[in-house]
Design a protein. Sequence first.
Length: 118
Amino acid sequence: MKKINIIKENKDFATILNKRKFSKNKYYTIYYNDKSEKYYRFGLSVGKKISKRAVDRNKLKRRLKSIIDNNKNYYQNSKDYIIIMKESCLEATYSELEKAFQDIMNNINKGEKNETKK
């Protein structure tokens, strides 16, 4: 992923999380928000609840970045996404993670099974 496509600042994370539009499955919870710029951005979150070892958390982030790069036709250019990985990601294979990512992004793009917090 290019640097322009990465969300790192806390205020950007907070803005997207406060919009409260999200979709989730077994491996991910993805919060998303429309924006005016013509490029997409992703923020990745792998908490210490998943693994206390930084090696494991970084491996999951590397896998997810690779999945994002390989599946560019599944997400839209004018959106921001925050992906929060769940503990079940540790036991999943790369192909399972990729299939789950494709499914959840299809649901977001179709507007199906999207949830809003109250």
